[in-house]
Design a protein around this ligand. Structure first.
Ligand code: XLS
Ligand code: MG
Ligand code: MG
Length: 419
């Protein structure tokens, strides 16, 4: 095919949706909504309603509301819905009657479409009131922060949520020295304490379990320096003694946020698992040491994702997988629900099932068992003898990596390429 050959006529605007839909169909391999619903996948209001705006970018999509997101999620087979307080309630209406009337409408819409609200989170980064963070020097701002997180707990219980997430985005600074780190962290802990205490009260009243409060770290953005930049920092914070109810507080790691600081997401998740704090997980993709590009799962690092899911399946992680990504600015409103969300869900399911293949693969199993069996007895104080005894066996590390690649491309199941 000549590189410059034009195969298609220009496509008029009113034919483009049909083209996208036809090519989506041609892709094949889509799971049914019923199958998709079997997985604990949640769709954030803010991800679906994201209009493509950023510091250097004007929006490319029209605004949509919670009714649209809930209805379209139901059609796709996304069984759970998550939201920030201000994704659905204007800041000025928070805590007022208007809030409860909106929450009532949300409940109706969820019931109508058979969705559940799994998680609620407080926006403590967007509004001007958070310019100095939710743990600002001013006691009035901190009191407002406490009100906001407590109010989110109330909303969460009303909507039947099990999780509350905290991404303290603006907890940091642009210029060093203005804020004292230990003081700021102590103040931030006070907000979490207020949320947990409120939760204990409301849960008792409503005869519900308390929520699982999950901290989410991100190494940079929107502040230049962040006081709790990684999931490990969050773990240290949980056990710092500042929290009154550390047992109520765990983690919501985000895949890309760990990659952003140059970490290995799978290793970060492993540390959270060991601490018993891997409760909730934001799934997406992107690049190391770049800003928060929030690409949908599997489009950048499918092999790494496969590895992540092998770890989670091995340890029976049974929390939500929250689709915290941003449909690209090039995707239309139609494309968000016709392409972006269903394909993200389907890549997740495929990678999850592949992780099952990895776990039961006979080659990987034998290789792993052989590595754990070690070599024949040698003097365990003799480094040279030990290294020599294991020399051939350690080639299995690379062999296992190759086998995972084969599983990723289907070669283990007979897919062949030949010249
Ligand atoms: C932003 C975060 C945010 C949280 C919820 O980078 O990922 O979306 O998940 O506030
Ligand atoms: Mg997130
Ligand atoms: Mg992100």
């Amino acid at each position: 095919m000549a590189g410059s050959e034009i195969l298609m006529k220009p496509v008029p605007a009113n034919k483009q949706q049909a083209l996208v839909d036809r090519l989506m169909n041609a892709c094949g391999g889509a799971y049914s909504p019923k199958t998709r619903k079997k997985y604990y996948i949640s769709g954030p209001q803010w991800a679906a309603a994201y209009q493509g705006q950023a510091l250097f970018h004007a929006p490319t999509r029209e605004p949509i509301g919670f009714e649209d997101v809930i209805r379209e999620s139901a059609k796709i087979g996304i069984g759970h819905w998550t939201t920030h307080d201000t994704d659905v309630i204007q800041t000025a209406a928070l805590g007022k009657d208007e809030q409860w009337s909106i929450v009532g409408q949300i409940k109706k819409s969820l019931t109508k479409h058979g969705l559940e609200c799994s998680m609620v989170t407080t926006e403590t980064f967007f509004h001007a009131v958070w310019a100095a963070s939710p743990a600002a020097e001013s006691p009035q701002v901190r009191e407002y922060a406490a009100f906001r997180v407590k109010n989110t707990v109330d909303i969460g219980h009303e909507l039947g949520a099990r999780f509350a997430v905290y991404w303290p985005g603006s907890l940091g600074y642009y210029t060093q020295g203005a804020v004292e780190e230990t003081e700021t962290l102590t103040w931030y802990a006070e907000a979490l304490n207020a949320a947990c205490e409120r939760d204990i009260e409301v849960a008792a009243k409503k005869k519900r379990k308390t929520l699982q409060h999950c901290l989410e770290a991100k190494p940079f953005e929107p502040q230049a320096e962040i006081l709790l930049p990684t999931s490990d920092a969050m773990l240290a914070f949980i056990s710092s003694g500042l929290l009154k109810h550390p047992e109520m507080v765990g983690l919501n790691p985000e895949y890309l946020h760990e990659l952003m600081w140059g970490g290995a997401p799978r290793a970060a998740l492993a540390r959270a698992l060991l601490a018993g704090k891997l409760w909730h997980f934001d799934i997406n993709d992107g690049y190391r040491l770049k800003h928060d590009v929030d690409i949908a799962i599997g489009l950048v690092n499918p092999l790494d994702w496969l590895n992540v899911l092998v770890l989670l399946r091995t340890h029976n992680y049974n929390g939500p997988f929250n689709l915290d990504y941003k449909p690209p600015r090039t995707t239309s409103n139609h494309g968000v629900f016709a392409v972006s969300f269903p394909t993200a869900v389907d890549r997740f399911i495929t990678l999850w099932e592949m992780a099952g293949d990895v776990i039961s693969d006979p080659v990987i199993k034998q290789a792993t068992e052989a590595l754990k069996a070690g070599a024949e007895a040698v003097d365990t104080r003799d480094a040279e003898a030990l290294a020599a005894a294991h020399r051939e066996m350690l080639t299995l590390h690379e062999l296992i990596a190759h086998r995972m690649f084969q599983i990723l491309i289907g070669a283990h199941a007979g897919r062949r390429y030949s010249i």
